[in-house]
Design a protein around this ligand. Sequence first.
Ligand SMILES: Cc1ncc(COP(=O)(O)O)c(C=O)c1O
Length: 383
Amino acid sequence: MAFDFDTVIDRRDSDSSKWAAYDGHDVIPMPVADMDFVSPPAVLQALRERIDHGIFGYPDPTESLQNTVVTMLQRDHDWTVDPSWLVWLPGLVVGLNLFTRMLPENAAQATVTPIYPPFLVAPANTGRRLIKVPLRPAAENYQMDMAALEAAFAQPDCHGFLLSNPHNPSGRVYTRDELDALAVLAIKHDVLVCSDEIHCGLILDDSLRHVPLATLSPAIAERTVTLMAPSKTFNLAGLQCAFAIIPDAKLRLRYQRAARGIVTEISVMGMAACEAAYTHGESWRIELIAYLRQNEEALQQCVASLPGISCHTIEATYLAWLDCRQCGITNPHQHLLDHGLALSDGRHFGDPGFVRLNFGCPRSTLEAGLKRLRHAFEGNTTA
Ligand SMILES: Cc1ncc(COP(=O)(O)O)c(C=O)c1O
């Protein structure tokens, strides 16, 4: 390997929200979705050069940055995008909330559960109603329940759908057929879609490909706000640089109006990192995926040995959604915390009985975490 994913960097005494939360306690934190890896060398170099420039005034995304994103979308996703379709954002959660604000004041929005928690609170942030549509468990992983989605979209006040693809927390990469079926429903019921595709650079199963929803047809493109960023793939979440892709001019204007006075400039450091990551980060990303696959293997082996715990195949992301419903413990999150392992609590995703483990870390950190997982669950089962 040309890049180093094994070295453990101490983040306890840093600005890391994940590690700071447990500073001073004997807890291994594996919740919040960032990785314990240094970003690609080319990104660090670009950041150093930007610092050496020495002036950090108000920015505008450069033509070169916009072209880099457009080139990446063509190269990685076969999507021909005009630079004018891009709306720059500090992050995807901001983008998601702008989408809900753009809808009529009394509009309801649907999403599937379980789901990344900000999806569950974004509509309520501005007093809008959320319609939850549970995913359907299938042999390998979850699937969207099209009949239930149609029933949600058919509600007269339902104007929006919040999609996470690849899906957090399950790691599902939705197929073209599933997305086609979703698009048909959105068009039929005049529902706008916010498609959060932040994890699209992290496909672990190399027989799968990410399909941006908006590439399916002009009809779905004109009702979709796609959100992307280099932040998950290249571990840049603290640099606050993301973008929406909105092909339809009227929809883009509505979205930009919702952002007025709330979202202004994005970070100059984030822009430098974004350009470098998409231009020079590919060899690093390929090695990262290989490393994450081995981490997933180690995790799956451990989980398979534990009675009462299961985890489906993870197609994308560095997140494992662990089903603890058969383990005989009412609050698995607290139980694990009592054993020195902090995971994300499934309750916040709409599914108690589950926990989410982040395996985007050096192997030795993962092994230490798995040791605690084993210790917490061995012998603790009703199964
Ligand atoms: C599906 C999804 N969307 C958005 C985010 C957060 O994005 P941002 O940090 O750009 O707000 C995450 C982070 O875990 C995520 O998993």
